[in-house]
Structure formats: structure tokens, C-alpha cells
Ligand binder design. Sequence first.
Ligand code: ATP
Length: 133
Amino acid sequence: MKTIKVSVVTPDGPVYESDVEMVSTKAKSGELGILPGHIPMVAPLAIGTVRLKKEGSTEYVAVTGGFLEVRPDKVTVLAQAAERGEDIDVTRAEAAKERAERRLQAKEADIDMQRAELALQRAINRLKVTGRI
Ligand code: ATP
């Protein structure tokens, strides 16, 4: 099976590095599936999950957006924050989800709705990666 190198990198350092058969991710323009030999490209990412298919199983990394760079033999995901499922603190993500939901419901003038909406999306994405929702 042909493989492609993948790195998920954040300002705090690398989060994931491996050779995989396929990378799937959520670009701002929609879902992208990348196989070895893909044409070079750069795409902005949405808050979402990077799925890495390898030897019959799939690994998941939550990313908060960023950029995807594809070269024929290498995919790099540059994200502000990224976590593998086992590194996600579920209690923290649940608390972040509840906090964001409260802020969105309150609709008070001094609440930045877009910021709360993005915090909610990050929390939901983390909970999805851990299989909690
Ligand atoms: P919170 O409100 O809980 O801080 P957040 O969505 O605002 O969540 P980010 O700004 O996206 O957090 O991330 C800040 C740092 O904390 C990053 O290094 C990120 O990987 C880490 N992080 C955030 N939430 C979690 C979590 N539930 N489990 C593990 N690491 C997390």
C-alpha cells in the first residue's frame, strides 16, 4: 500500500507524525481526501477533525483550523491548536461547551457571539474526537 508522510504541527510543537494511506480533513471549501501523489496545494482549514487511515484503522486529531499544505510525498497541517484523542481532557471540553452555550443563550450586549460560537465548535469537535458525542 502506498503511503504519504503526515505532520500535524502547532506553535507548541508536533502533535502527530506518521506515514499513512489517506488523510481526510475539513477545508473551508469542504471535505478533502488526500492520497499519496496528490497534486501540490495549500488550503485553509475549518475547525474539524483530521482522519488518518493507516493499516486498516483510523486515527483522529482535532484541529482548530489553520492550513493544510500538500506535496506529492508529504502533507503538513499547521494549526493553532491540535490534539490527538488520547490527549483531550474531556471534562475541560465539556466545561468549554457549557460555557459557550451559556454565552450564546444569554445574548447579552457585551458577549462576543462569534467568539462564543467558535469556542463551542472547538469544544464539540474535541468531544467528537474522543467519541463523547
Ligand atoms: P478552553 O476554553 O478550555 O481553554 P479553548 O477552545 O479556548 O478551550 P484553545 O484556545 O483552542 O482552547 O487551546 C488552547 C490550548 O489548550 C491548546 O494548546 C490546546 O491544545 C489546549 N486544549 C484546549 N482544550 C483542550 C482539551 N479539552 N484537552 C486538551 N487540551 C486542550
